[in-house]
Ligand binder design. Structure first.
Ligand code: SAM
Length: 204
């Protein structure tokens, strides 16, 4: 990803989120499924440091903070509009500007995080392979990367499936194929109802 491609991706994100960030959480409740299940699974193990890539409005970080107030939480966010919004909402978190594909994730909290979260952002990244590789490289020893995102929607009838895919493509979103997760050696891959979403875990 060249710096020109990064600049144009950021410009797209900022244009899009400048218009939508006020209503983002309310509207996304109806189609970003599986996020709370992944937060529950994250909170089922012991860790004290977590970085979310593409934290958006900070919705997931806020929920994690409520349930684990002593943990050090951070984010790496490509859109300046979203970064500023999340920083206002989550003053206790360190939310840095940067791209998942090549950002210095270890610098966000000053230590390699024990957990990294990608929630509905892998499907938006311009280079998902690089982003997974970059995240795994930055994990603390024994750490875990968790992904939740759109899957192939194979359980939907073909008409609604095609319509949903067109809708997602209009926002530069592409369903995450299992093949991508398998190629990177995910230690767990599971799907939500109708294969609407996928949850994957990677180890360091
Ligand atoms: C659909 S939103 C999801 C927000 C949040 N993770 C959630 O679950 O509500 C995707 C987020 O990823 C960010 N993003 C997109 N591409 C990115 C990249 N290459 N690096 C870092 N963040 C990126 C977007 O700006 C946006 O905030």
């Amino acid at each position: 990803m060249t710096s020109g491609e990064q600049a144009s991706h950021r410009a797209f994100l900022d244009r899009y989120y400048r218009l939508t960030h006020h209503v983002y959480d309310v509207s996304r409740r109806y189609f970003l499924f599986g996020r709370d299940g992944v937060l529950d699974r994250l909170l089922a193990s012991d860790w004290t440091t977590l970085v979310e890539l593409g934290p958006g409005t900070g919705r997931n970080l806020a929920r994690l903070h409520r349930r684990r107030p002593d943990a050090a939480l951070g984010g790496l966010e490509a859109s300046e509009v979203m970064r500023a919004h999340a920083a206002r909402r989550c003053p206790w978190a360190r939310i840095q500007p940067g791209f998942a594909e090549d950002g210095d994730i270890g610098a966000v909290l000053g230590v390699p995080p024990q957990r990294i979260l990608m929630s509905y952002c892998l499907s938006m990244f311009t280079d998902p392979d690089r982003a997974i590789g970059n995240a795994r490289r930055h994990l603390a020893p024994g750490g875990e990367l968790w992904v939740v995102d759109f899957a192939d929607l194979a359980g939907l009838p073909s008409g609604p499936r095609r319509a949903m895919r067109r809708f997602l493509a209009a926002f530069h979103v592409e369903a995450v194929p299992d093949e991508l997760l398998d190629r990177h050696g995910a230690s767990h891959v599971g799907h939500g109802p109708l294969r609407y979403f996928v949850v994957a875990r990677f180890t360091a």
